[in-house]
Design a protein around this ligand. Structure first.
Ligand code: ADP
Length: 249
C-alpha cells in the first residue's frame, strides 16, 4: 500500500534525535532533529544587562541562522529577511513559557544554527532552544514544543519534509516514479502550518500558515499537533532527566 514519500503514516513525525550539552562554553545547549532537519541551540546568560531595557523582567534575544552547507545548494552566508523573521517568530514562541520576571535586569541569548535543513527548521529550533533553556536553568513553566502539521493534497499530516512541502499533484502526474503518491495524498498542493505549543496549558504560542485550508481541516491539523506535541514533550523531558541522572554518577 502506498504511504508517504518516506514511508511514514499520516500522523507519524520523523525520527527524533536529541543530544544535550553539546557546547562546552554555553550555559545550556541541545541538538534536536526531525529526521534530516538538525537544529543546534546554545543558551548564554542570564547576564546583567547594560542596556536600559525593561528592568521588570529579563530580555530574550534569539538569533536563528542556517549554515551555508545545511541545504543541497549552498545557502548565502549573510542573514536574510527570512532568518531575521524566523528569529523573531522563535523568540515569540518561547517567551510565554519563560518566567522572565524572576530574573529582572538580565539578558538571555539563544544562538540557533541549522546544521542540516529538510523543512521544519523553525520547529526543530524551538525544541532545541527549549531544551537548552531548561538545561541553562532558566525558570520556565513548561518546555515549548514545536512541530509542523499541514495538508498535502487532501491529506492532513504531521511533520512535513521538504519533498512534502513542495508537493504538487500536477507535477507528480508527469513523473512515472512518483505519480503513485497521488493515490495517497490526493490532488492539490501543500499547506504548511508550523506551530509551537505549551503542552501543560494546551496553549499555542505560534501558528503560521503557508497555503490554503478549510476551517475544519485546520481544526483537525491543530488537534493532531496537540496530540503529537504531548508525545514529543515526553521524549524531551526524558532526555533531560537522563542527562541529570548521568551527570550525578
Ligand atoms: P522551515 O525550515 O521552518 O520549514 P521554510 O518553510 O522557510 O522554513 O523552509 C522550508 C525549507 O526550505 C527549509 O527547511 C530548507 O530545507 C529550505 N530552504 C529554506 N530557505 C532556504 C535557502 N535560502 N536555501 C536553500 N534552502 C532553503
Amino acid at each position: 500500500m502506498v504511504k508517504r514519500f518516506d514511508g511514514r503514516e499520516y500522523n507519524e513525525v520523523r525520527k527524533i534525535n536529541i543530544k544535550l550539552n553539546v557546547v562546552d562554553n554555553a550555559k545550556g545547549s541541545a541538538i534536536f532533529s526531525f529526521g534530516d532537519t538538525v537544529a543546534l541551540a546554545a543558551v548564554y546568560g542570564p547576564k546583567p544587562s547594560k542596556m536600559s531595557l525593561d528592568y521588570d523582567k529579563a530580555f530574550l534575544r534569539v538569533r536563528y541562522n542556517m549554515l551555508t552547507f545545511s541545504t543541497p545548494e549552498r545557502k548565502k552566508p549573510t542573514p536574510g529577511r527570512r532568518e531575521i523573521e524566523l528569529s523573531e517568530a522563535i523568540k515569540r514562541a518561547l517567551e510565554p513559557a519563560l518566567l522572565l520576571e524572576e530574573i529582572p535586569g538580565s539578558i538571555i541569548d539563544i544562538y540557533i544554527e541549522i546544521l542540516n535543513a529538510d523543512a521544519g527548521t523553525r520547529t526543530a529550533s524551538i525544541n532545541a532552544a527549549s531544551l537548552a533553556l531548561s538545561l541553562a536553568g532558566i525558570p520556565m513553566k513548561d518546555l515549548v514544543v514545536g512541530l509542523a502539521v499541514g495538508k498535502i493534497g487532501e491529506k492532513i499530516v504531521a511533520d512535513l519534509n521538504k519533498e512534502e512541502e513542495d508537493y504538487d499533484s500536477e507535477k507528480l502526474k508527469k513523473d512515472p516514479e512518483k505519480s503513485k503518491y497521488i493515490e495517497y495524498y490526493g490532488e492539490g498542493r501543500a499547506t504548511d502550518i508550523p506551530v509551537a505549543i505549551i503542552p501543560s496549558e494546551k496553549k499555542f504560542t505560534l501558528i503560521q500558515l503557508d497555503g490554503e485550508i478549510s476551517t475544519k481541516e485546520l481544526n483537525d491539523a491543530l488537534n493532531l499537533a496537540l496530540e503529537k506535541a504531548l508525545e514529543i514533550k515526553d521524549l524531551m523531558k526524558k532526555s533531560i532527566l537522563n542527562e541529570y541522572r548521568a551527570s550525578n554518577i
